[in-house]
Design a protein around this ligand. Sequence first.
Ligand code: IMP
Length: 199
Amino acid sequence: MVTTVTFVSTNAGKYREVRELLRPFGLRVRWKRRTLPEPQTAKIEEVVRSKLNAVRDVTGWVLVEDSGLFIPSLNGFPGVYSAHILDIWGFGPLFELLKRRPRAASFRAVAGLRRGRRIWLFPGEVRGTIAPRAAGKNGFGYDPIFIPEGGTRTFAQIPAAEKNERSHRSQALRAAGQLLASLDARDRRRRSRRTKARA
Ligand code: IMP
């Protein structure tokens, strides 16, 4: 039996990446489109805990994720407000703010798993810089303006598989996938021992 994980989010771009990232672990990902409350806090972990609280009614393995673009020269802005800022601003005002400031930035993600009362959190981070202008058509969100460390192209200019090798989300999701796969293997061993004992 394949373990199914329910990913709760409204973001189709995230869902596509999560599905690909968990595939190697033999997990099936079901997408539940639901807006989850986000508390007023700058801490991504607190947002994830709050999202996990809001999915208590979902049975089985439940996965949530929160992420954002953090720019140290802007005191971490837009951070946990990344989605909202992109909606209302687009990229223009960010370029304006960074004209005379260091352009270092990082994407951070925290994946949260819930099963019954137990929860687990998995962080991930990728460093880079904000490009001088938007470039590329792949990905979503801030991908056209983020150049990962050591590269010359934005996340939106490289294939999805290449982004998935190193992204903040891939680090967080792979750790979650490893936990799920190891617990799944343990459950299988237990089931098979029980079946043998009954035979
Ligand atoms: P939230 O986690 O739903 O609050 O949304 C996080 C927002 O951060 C997304 O809507 C994007 O705008 C941005 N973001 C997070 N991860 C990525 C990424 O991998 N690429 C581009 N933008 C991202």
